[in-house]
Design a protein around this ligand. Structure first.
Ligand code: NAD
Length: 310
């Protein structure tokens, strides 16, 4: 299968590497000049659970690509999704399947501006990856990926992609309700990413705070109200328990969430508008009050203003 990975950072490079190793015809697309040039010249350096390998994998800038693939996997950060889709519109064929694996909410509406709904697949993944330097990724642990077609008549397409992913050991599950899984992950991110970022603490430290239960309950309740309005049944108690499980140092406790890594450690823009900011935006549209997510979104944007030089 010819597979294009659009957004070849930490996650896109991981999926590209695993799918190519399994015999697929893969190419990467990215806008980051230094990263693209290093991979073209020296190959992609992969630290795969402490084994170092250099792999040759084709990588292009969006303006260079002209081959129409069977499958496009979207892996930019959320704020890069729309510009990226615009820049690769010419390689979205009438039968090209387009799979979104970004974190966050609201992406299917953006993709539908460029892709026929019958070809859109949504997914969510528990795989992780770290970008150590341009052209260099570090892979640890294992994960899985849930996939479902937006169009119920296209479930055979999701099934086929799951088979291809499983040949690459990506542990794919053909989901019956991927939208619920996407909401659950976004809600856990919504409870922990912005709070640990604003408080400058890791997940375990956050969990030990006297007010942590109170803070996450209020955030999650607002997520649940917006989800319900979109016919997604997000159970507040279940999500609170999922969040609290991550406080354990044997789970994610020792980690700083990705938003902390982006903003505090690397002074990069965050995906806040597609997590808490999405709740805040939809709250206004639906006339539902979302004061906790409104404030958290404003605080993260304010921290972006303070830390990121124009
Ligand atoms: P990243 O920043 O490492 O990679 C994103 C890449 O997209 C960058 O290389 C960037 O240059 C590229 N890009 C930006 N605009 C582009 C455009 N217009 N065209 C082509 N490429 C463009 O991010 P990541 O960590 O790989 O995360 C990608 C998504 O996956 C995010 O939504 C993230 O939340 C989610 N996610 C990440 C992890 C993880 O462990 N890193 C785990 C699960 C989900």
């Amino acid at each position: 299968m010819k597979i294009a990975i659009i957004g070849a950072g930490a996650m896109g490079s991981r999926f590209g590497y695993m799918l190519q190793e399994a015999g697929n015809n893969v190419f990467l697309v990215d806008t980051w000049k230094q990263h693209v040039e290093i991979i073209n010249k020296d190959g992609l350096l992969v630290d795969d659970n402490d084994t170092l390998k250099t792999i040759k994998i084709p990588i292009f800038f969006p303006e260079e690509v002209n081959e129409i693939p069977d499958l496009i996997i979207l892996f930019t950060k959320s704020m890069g999704l729309k510009p990226m889709l615009k820049s690769i519109e010419k390689i979205i064929g009438k039968n090209t399947q387009v799979l979104c694996l970004l974190n966050g909410l609201g992406h299917s509406d953006t993709i539908a501006e460029f892709v026929n709904k019958k070809n859109i697949l949504m997914g969510v993944t528990l795989w992780t990856s770290e970008l150590v330097a341009p052209g260099h990724i570090k892979l640890t642990g294992s994960g899985n990926v849930e996939i479902q077609s937006l169009d119920p008549n296209m479930e055979h397409a999701a099934e086929k992609i799951c088979q291809i992913f499983n040949k690459a050991s990506l542990n794919a599950i053909h989901s019956k309700n991927v939208i619920l899984s996407i909401w659950k992950k976004a809600c856990i991110n919504g409870a922990l990413n912005c709070t640990c970022t604003i408080l400058n603490c890791n997940i375990e430290e956050f969990g030990q705070l006297k007010n942590s239960r109170n803070i996450i309950t209020n955030i999650i309740q607002e997520f649940s109200e917006i989800a319900n309005k979109q016919e997604v049944d997000l159970k507040v108690d279940e999500i609170i328990s999922n969040v609290e499980q991550t406080y354990d140092p044997d789970e994610a406790g020792e980690h700083f969430p990705s938003m902390h890594q982006d903003l505090i450690q690397n002074h990069r823009l965050t995906e806040i508008d597609y997590i808490n900011g999405y709740i805040s935006k939809k709250g206004k549209e639906f006339n539902i009050s979302t004061p906790y997510n409104d404030l958290l979104t404003m605080l993260i944007h304010s921290k972006e203003e303070l830390l990121i030089k124009k």
